[in-house]
Ligand binder design. Structure first.
Ligand code: C2E
Ligand code: MG
Ligand code: MG
Ligand code: MG
Length: 292
């Protein structure tokens, strides 16, 4: 329901006009209050190297622990603030919390890279790099190379040259970028060419259906080839079963994330999950197929 609200956010001034605008203002105020009251939490989803079974990194995913409506996923509130200045304080909190969690993991003897989603709005801020440096400087135990930032292909990157410079500047102090939901935007190839992101995350829609849909499989094969040609790491999202994982290994895509491996979970549960996780026997010894 709230998702629909999000989709209709450009229609707030039509027929229902005034009332909807007021609703939107009260929603924005509620989100602002929720940031102050610390009602947001991060869950983390593992990204696994299918060759070794080792944990490669985790992706931080925000949730809203709403006092009345329970745990809300990002689809229920991020669309409401997309392009709005409120994304900045929320994402600042998310970045800081992910870095703090990384430090808590370090305290537990666990050094794992964490990936944080960033909106286009954030990346277009002129002081973004400076704020990122400050966030890292105030947490001196965090190795910047353990931080990855994900940028959505579909987030309106109206100033590609600026975002490209931002990515290069971040690379200078070790923070790398991933192109998220690759293949769903209008300009995937342009982004691939112009944005020096180290990693590509192929969108889950292609991965989910690759076992039934030859077109999705063809797209996947194409992206695997492109990632290799551009020397980018490739992650497959939406790995919902070990059959998907096996196919990915055979195609030559080794980093995987999806419900078939693990759902997003609270940070303190992750260490325990990782100590219990092993590569299923169905994947052991599985290798990339030689392809002509
Ligand atoms: P995303 O960055 O592409 O994150 C992956 C989403 O796919 C997550 O949904 C995850 O729970 C879901 N997912 C993972 N594996 C599977 C699977 O095997 N099957 C299915 N059906 N889904 C799977 P979530 O947490 O609802 O997040 C949705 C989107 O919201 C994210 O997509 C990202 O674009 C955005 N988002 C989430 N957290 C943040 C954040 O902290 N900041 C920003 N700017 N955006 C965020
Ligand atoms: Mg992401
Ligand atoms: Mg994605
Ligand atoms: Mg997505």
């Amino acid at each position: 329901r709230a998702k629909d609200l999000g989709k209709n956010r450009y229609c707030v001034f039509d027929s229902a006009g005034h009332r909807s605008a007021l609703d939107r203002n009260s929603q924005l105020e509620e989100i602002e209050r929720a940031i102050a009251k610390r009602e947001f939490v991060l869950h983390y989803q593992p990204i696994i190297d299918l060759r070794t079974g080792r944990l490669n990194s985790v992706e931080a995913l925000v949730r809203w622990m709403h006092p009345e409506r329970g745990c809300l996923g990002p689809g229920e509130f991020l669309p409401l603030i997309e392009g709005h200045p409120l994304t900045i304080p929320l994402e600042n909190w998310i970045l800081g919390e992910a870095l703090d969690q990384h430090q808590r993991w370090l305290d537990a003897g666990w050094d794992i890279a964490v990936s944080v989603n960033m909106s286009g709005t954030q990346l277009h801020q002129r002081d973004f790099v400076q704020r990122l440096r400050t966030a890292l400087a105030t947490r001196p135990r965090v190795d910047p190379r353990r931080l990855k930032l994900e940028v959505l292909e579909t987030s309106a990157l109206h100033d590609i040259a600026h975002v490209s410079r931002t990515i290069s500047q971040c690379a200078e102090f070790g923070v790398s970028f991933s192109l998220d939901d690759f293949g769903t935007g209008y300009s995937s190839l342009r982004y691939l060419k112009q944005l020096p992101a180290r990693r590509i995350k192929i969108d889950q829609s292609f991965v989910k259906n690759m076992l039934q849909d030859p077109d999705d499989l063809a797209i996947l094969e194409g992206v695997i080839g492109m990632a290799a040609a551009f020397k980018r790491e490739l992650v497959a999202e939406g790995v919902e079963s070990m059959a998907h994982a096996k196919m990915l290994i055979q195609l030559g895509c080794f980093l995987a994330q999806g419900f078939g491996i693990a759902r997003p979970m609270p940070g303190e549960r992750l260490v325990e999950w990782a100590s219990g996780w092993t590569l299923p026997s169905s994947l052991r010894g599985c290798t990339a197929l030689d392809r002509e």
